[in-house]
Design a protein around this ligand. Structure first.
Ligand SMILES: O=C(O)C(=O)C[C@H](O)[C@H](O)CO
Ligand SMILES: [Mg+2]
Length: 403
C-alpha cells in the first residue's frame, strides 16, 4: 500500500478544527485531528509545507517507522506544533490500518478491557447555587463523574464558567480577552463550593475540579488539603507543570488525587512525575501527544507506577480525536476516566461518528477505523475564523498571570 495524497482541512463549525486526510492507492483513507487551539494555522503549515511532502509514496502500514521518521527526522523534537502534526498523521494511519483489517481500532490495539468508557461531564454555574443545580442536572443525565467549576465572588470571569451550560468555549475572541484573577478569592470560595456540591449530590458521584495552572505549589497544597473531606476523584492542573518538581511539595501535604498533562506533548514532560509517583492521573491525549503510538508509550510507563489515564477531551479536541481516544480508552489497561465536553450540533454534523454516550459511559462504536469521518462539503461552509484563548491579570495590580 502507498500514500498517494494528503491534505489539511481547516474548518470552523462553531470553532476551529484542523484535520489531516490521507489517501492511499488502495482506496482506503484515514483522518487525524491536528487542532491546536489558537495556533491552528501553525500546525496546518507544518503539515502542508513540511510533513505531507515526506509522506507521499510511503507505506501507510509502517506506522511506527513513519512516527520515528517524523519525530527524529525533524531534528527539532517535541513541542505542541510538532507533536500535534505528528498526531494528525499517526491517527490517520491507525484509522487506515484498522479499516484495512476491517476492525474498530480498539480491536487492533488489543481488544476491549472494559464494557464502556467512564466519562466526566462539565457542570458550571455563575455561583455555588447554580453550580449545584448543574451538578444535579448532570447526575440526572446519567453521568457518574462530574467536574464542578463555579464563578468566584468578586471576579468577573472565571475559567470553566461559560455563557451556555452544555457548550463551553473559552477561545471567545479574535484577540485574547482579558480576565482578572485573585487566588485569595478563589481559595476562599472553592472549599465551600465542594462542601455544598458533595452534600447535594451524595457520596457515590465522582467529583472533579480543574484549577487550570493558577496556583503556586504551597497554594495548591492548601487547596488539596481543604478539599480532602469532599473526596475528589481528582484535582487537576494545580500549578504550571513545566516544573515537575513542584508536585513533590503538593504531594507532601495532601491525599487529594492529582491529575495533570493536557498541555504535555511527550513522555519526557511527565516522566519524572510518573516515576516519582507525584501524580495519580496522566491527562495527555491523542492530538497533543503524538497520536496513538506515543500515547500508548506514556500509558505503559504510567501503568508501572499505578498512574491511570484521564485524557483531555475539551471541545477544542475534534470529534476525530474523541473517536481515537475512546478506542484507546476501551483498550488501555490502566484507564482512569475520559473527559467529555460535548461538541455542538454543527460540529457533530461535520464529523459524523460512531461513538455514543449512555448512562455515564461512552463507547467508540464498531465501525472499522476510529469511527469518525468528515463531511468535506459541509466543512467547506465553515471557513477558519481567528479565535484566541483569554489571558489573566492579577486583580490587584494587573500583572499578567496564568490563565
Ligand atoms: O478541559 C480542560 O480540562 C481544559 O482545561 C480545557 C482547556 O482550557 C482548553 O482545552 C484550552 O484549549
Ligand atoms: Mg484542564
Amino acid at each position: 500500500m502507498k500514500i498517494t495524497s494528503a491534505k489539511v482541512i481547516i474548518c470552523a463549525p462553531s470553532r476551529n478544527f484542523v484535520t489531516l486526510k490521507i489517501e492511499t492507492d488502495e482506496g482506503l483513507t484515514g483522518i487525524g485531528d491536528a487542532t491546536l487551539n489558537g495556533r491552528e494555522l501553525a500546525v496546518a503549515s507544518y503539515l502542508t509545507d513540511h510533513v505531507i511532502p515526506c509522506l507521499i509514496g510511503r507505506d501507510p502500514q509502517q506506522i511506527e517507522d513513519i512516527w520515528q521518521y517524523l519525530y527524529k527526522g525533524a531534528y527539532w523534537r517535541r513541542g505542541p506544533v510538532t507533536m500535534s502534526a505528528i498526531a494528525g498523521v499517526d491517527t490517520a494511519l491507525w484509522d487506515i490500518k484498522a479499516k484495512a483489517a476491517n476492525m474498530p481500532l480498539y480491536q487492533l490495539l488489543g481488544g476491549k478491557s472494559r464494557t464502556g468508557v467512564m466519562v466526566y461531564g462539565h457542570a458550571n454555574g455563575k455561583d455555588i447555587t447554580q453550580t449545584v443545580e448543574e451538578v444535579l442536572r448532570y447526575k440526572e443525565m446519567g453521568y457518574k463523574a462530574i467536574r464542578a467549576q463555579s464563578g468566584v465572588p468578586g471576579l468577573e470571569k472565571v475559567y470553566g464558567v461559560g455563557r451556555g451550560t452544555m457548550f463551553y468555549e473559552p477561545a471567545d475572541a479574535d484577540l485574547p480577552s482579558e480576565h482578572d484573577w485573585s487566588t485569595e478569592k478563589y481559595l476562599r470560595h472553592t472549599p465551600e463550593l465542594f462542601e455544598k456540591v458533595r452534600a447535594a449530590v451524595g457520596p457515590d458521584i465522582h467529583l472533579l475540579h480543574d484549577a487550570h495552572h493558577r496556583l503556586t505549589p504551597i497554594e495548591a497544597a492548601r487547596l488539596g488539603k481543604d478539599l480532602e473531606p469532599f473526596r475528589l476523584f481528582w484535582l487537576e492542573d494545580t500549578t504550571p507543570a513545566e516544573n515537575q518538581e513542584s508536585f513533590r511539595l503538593i504531594r507532601q501535604h495532601t491525599t487529594t488525587p492529582l491529575a495533570v498533562g493536557e498541555i504535555f506533548n511527550t513522555i519526557w514532560d511527565c516522566k519524572d512525575l510518573i516515576q516519582n509517583q507525584l501524580i495519580d492521573y496522566i491527562r495527555t491525549t491523542v492530538v497533543h501527544a503524538g497520536g496513538i503510538t506515543h500515547l500508548r508509550r506514556i500509558a505503559d510507563l504510567a501503568a508501572l507506577y499505578q498512574v491511570r489515564t484521564g485524557s483531555h477531551g475539551a471541545t477544542d479536541l475534534s470529534p476525530v480525536c474523541m473517536g481515537a481516544a475512546l478506542n484507546f480508552d476501551l483498550w488501555v489497561p490502566n484507564f482512569g476516566i475520559q473527559e467529555y465536553m460535548r461538541h455542538t450540533d454543527e460540529t457533530d454534523a461535520v464529523f459524523p461518528h460512531a461513538y455514543s454516550f449512555k448512562d455515564g459511559y461512552m463507547h467508540p462504536g464498531e465501525a472499522p477505523g476510529h469511527g469518525v469521518t468528515i463531511d468535506e462539503a459541509l466543512a467547506a461552509k465553515y471557513p477558519y475564523k481567528r479565535a484566541y484563548l483569554p489571558v489573566n491579570r492579577l486583580q490587584h495590580d494587573g500583572t499578567l498571570t496564568n490563565w
